[in-house]
Design a protein around this ligand. Structure first.
Ligand code: HEM
Length: 423
């Protein structure tokens, strides 16, 4: 059985209405058709948390998370093999990362943050660009340590080349003679070549005593191939560029429009007088603000999976290659699961008697392809908020005029701010 849904226009279906106002379209469809609807003949959209969770939990087995902006025939066998190689590298990387290398990264992160803000002090800056510059450097450092020089620029170009393709509702065939596709292919190759170059350089060096970064960890695993290491590093560099930057931008935006929350995190930051970096447990208010920002403004506001074979999800029948989409943004703002869903209320994370309904909070996804950087991302966001509130003041008089933009990522439009050192 297929769910009902808006019929749309001949040939283009619902694409035009959707592209005109993506969130408005999804909200209207949910109001009219309920928790599951058909977007078109091959795509269903689900809003129900248990179904979303089931979809994510069955990823790699029944559903593929692979997505390429340029269309190539979906090949279930190749997709399963890619997932197997990816998962092996992913597991090895995370098993091998130890406290010392994460701690070393966190201390370099503080210096990188200081440097990023320092470069922009005293003049209005586009906060998203500033945060992309920071997260690009931070992730390159986390993956490649002292070999990261030049990598943030390559990742920036790869992401910029990907944006016009990934933001579209249509897939582009790779053979299409288009400037956008040619730029994307060039950028993709440049990223892969740059990573291969770093892998070979590092492999030629004597092995360190302990891992200093992710590349050290991966090179110490005997069964991983160069291709696996290259793909994992590329996956992380791209996944941890725009998304954490958008999350940090939303955090700064929230603190700008809610001075009471700024005061709360600034007071907490001022109480820390230990040496070095505070543990997250010492920053409960800051962590609660970050969690609430990720609930209200999850950068990955729309996600999807492809059925690898004929299957079912709940009572709905799916054919091979059907798509299933869902929006963490809408799950996070559903009044059935979240009282006062549109209000920023960090208190909800501090009251142990108020646990969220299961599967209703997914800023990092769930299941076997849950974000690999969940802990690292929370650490980076909480610490940067701490460093910001402790060391700086932010002035953003027009913040309330920024609007959410639902394209590739959820970001605030035209959000500028000036940063000053706190006295
Ligand atoms: C605020 C910070 C972050 C948020 C909100 C976030 C969110 C997400 C989400 C929602 C997914 C799942 C996408 C899907 O299932 O289709 C994901 C995947 C991923 N994230 Fe993050 N992320 C963050 C930070 C990071 C960081 C710091 C890293 C670096 C280690 C990272 C690396 C990845 C990777 C490699 C994947 C793909 C995992 C896989 O397919 O196995 N993310 N992220």
């Amino acid at each position: 059985m297929r769910p009902p849904g808006p019929k749309g226009r001949p040939l283009v279906g619902n694409t035009i209405e959707y592209d005109q106002d993506r969130m408005g379209f999804l909200r209207r469809a949910r109001a009219e058709y309920g928790d599951v609807f058909s977007f078109d003949d091959r795509t269903i959209v689900v809003f129900e948390p248990d179904l979303v969770h089931e979809l994510l939990a069955r990823t790699n087995g029944d559903f593929s998370s692979e997505s390429s902006p340029v269309a190539s025939r979906f090949d279930a066998e190749r997709s399963a093999e890619d997932a197997r190689l990816w998962m092996a590298a992913r597991r090895a990387g995370w098993r091998g990362l130890n406290r010392a290398s994460t701690q070393a990264h966190a201390s370099r992160l503080g210096a990188l943050f200081e440097q990023t803000v320092e470069e922009s002090l005293g003049r209005p800056v586009d906060v998203l660009s500033m945060m992309k510059s920071f997260s690009g450097r931070a992730t390159a450092d986390f993956c490649l340590g002292h070999d990261a020089v030049g990598i943030p620029e390559v990742v920036e170009e790869n992401t910029a080349a990907l944006a016009p393709l990934a933001g579209s509702s249509q897939l582009f065939p790779e053979w299409l003679p288009s400037r956008k596709i040619a730029r994307f292919r060039r950028a993709r190759e440049q990223t892969l070549d740059s990573i291969t170059d770093r892998i070979r350089r590092r492999s030629a060096e004597p092995a360190p005593e302990g891992p200093r970064d992710l590349l050290d960890v991966l090179l110490a695993v005997p069964d991983l191939t160069e291709l696996q290491v290259q793909r994992l590093i590329r996956g992380i560099l791209l996944a941890a560029y725009g998304v954490p930057a958008a999350a940090m931008t939303w955090t700064i935006w929230t603190l700008a429009v809610r001075p009471d929350l700024w005061d709360r995190v600034a007071s907490e930051a001022a109480t820390w007088n230990g040496p070095g970096i505070p543990p997250i447990a010492a920053l409960p208010q800051t962590e609660a603000v970050v969690k609430e920002v990720l609930r209200l403004w999850p950068p990955t506001w729309l996600m999807g999976r492809t059925a690898m074979r004929p299957t079912a999800l709940g009572e709905w029948t799916l054919r091979a290659e059907d798509q299933v989409m869902f929006s963490p943004y809408l799950v996070h703002r559903d009044p059935r699961w979240w009282p006062e869903p549109n209000e920023a209320l960090p208190e909800r994370w501090l009251d142990p008697t108020r646990t969220p309904r299961r599967h209703s909070y997914l800023p990092f996804g769930a299941g076997p392809r849950v974000c690999v950087g969940t802990q690292l991302g929370m650490l980076q966001l909480t610490l940067t908020t701490f460093w910001l509130a402790r060391g700086f003041r932010v002035s953003a008089p027009a913040a309330a005029e920024s609007r959410p933009e639902f394209h590739n990522l959820l970001v605030p439009t035209d959000f500028t701010a000036s940063f000053q050192r706190a006295r």
